[in-house]
Write a new protein. Structure first.
Length: 274
């Protein structure tokens, strides 16, 4: 049995496992999808202090995959359905069975807040690779503006529709302003429905009606915390976006992961409860 179970193979979960491996502590990561988590969607990551010219989210994922290989991290591609504490251990339930650990790290990240309409995509990494005519992006934060930069390279026209003044980083707003095929509009969505006989959607909004080929939703995110809600335990650690509220940044997820591994190691080595 590995000492530590980690739920989520995003950057936070992988940073935890790498640092644990450096201490010689074995862990098992559970991942329901692919390595890398949310960062795969990023147009350019520039604030980690190592890539002043920015690095594509997809490239970050390739680096994470290299870490997984280098440290021979154990990843089980299974969704965790339930967690409980029994007999002094955490019991992690997946379709493959029940796995027991002394320490549990929850690095499950967030999921998108959804709009009440069908046909909306929430992750730009899930958009099929092809050229698009007009794309509508709903939201006014960093993610909406980041998605607009990605899609402006793959579309004739991108519209960002937001309810109020943009909340995105001024830096991202400047980049968006420089793209001649992106326009920003203030307004709210009233309806999104498929147009009969066309591979298109009609977006009815308070700023006008638009025929679009793709609608991306970026109106905020909700933490995936349900699995451990109500469990309070010194050996349970939350890492990354799942606990960072609006401060959802890779550097913070990495820091959480590394610190968690250090705390676990000190507990094992010195019985430290700090
Ligand atoms: C468009 C965009 C641009 C961004 N740009 C930047 C940037 O420039 N700089 C920056 O620092 N940050 C940026 N971020 C934020 C950054 O992506 C996140 O802070 C970071 O990826 C969080 O990592 P995490 O490991 O905490 O969570 P995540 O990356 O969300 O990983 C969580 C993982 O847990 C898995 N999981 C969840 N529940 C279960 C379960 N029950 N069982 C098994 N697996 C489960 C998920 O599949 C996922 O792989 C950006 C985000 C977006 C969307």
């Amino acid at each position: 049995m590995a000492l530590v179970g980690i739920i989520g193979a995003g950057i936070g979960g992988i940073a935890t496992a790498v640092q644990l491996a450096r201490y010689g502590i074995e862990s098992v990561i559970f991942e329901r999808d692919r390595i890398g988590g949310l960062i795969r969607n990023a147009y350019s990551v520039e604030n980690t202090m190592f890539f002043p010219d920015g690095i594509k989210g997809e490239k970050v994922v390739e680096i994470l995959e290299e870490y997984v290989r280098k440290y021979d991290l154990k990843i089980l591609y299974e969704e965790v359905r339930a967690v409980k504490k029994a007999g002094g251990l955490f019991e992690v339930e997946t379709a493959g069975g029940v796995h027991r650990f002394k320490y549990l790290v929850v690095a499950t990240g967030t999921r998108p807040r959804r709009l009440p309409f069908d046909g909306i995509t929430y992750h730009v990494a899930e958009v099929p690779e092809r050229h698009y005519g007009r794309v509508l992006i709903i939201g006014g934060g960093d993610v909406a503006f980041d998605y607009a930069l990605t899609m402006s390279e793959r579309s004739d026209e991108v519209i960002i529709l937001m309810r109020s003044e943009p909340k995105a980083l001024p830096y991202l707003q400047e980049l968006v302003k420089k793209r001649s095929n992106i326009r920003t509009l203030m307004g709210q969505v009233r309806e999104i429905r498929p147009i009969n006989g066309k591979q298109k959607l009609l977006a009815r909004t308070s700023a006008g009606n638009f025929e679009v080929e793709l609608v991306l939703g970026a109106i905020g995110r909700v933490p995936n915390i349900e699995l451990v809600q109500g469990i309070e335990d010194d050996n349970l650690f939350l890492v990354g976006d799942v606990k960072n509220g609006i401060y959802r940044q890779t550097a913070l997820a990495i820091a959480d992961g590394i610190k968690t591994a250090m705390v676990i190691w000190r507990r094992e080595r010195y019985g430290d409860t700090e």
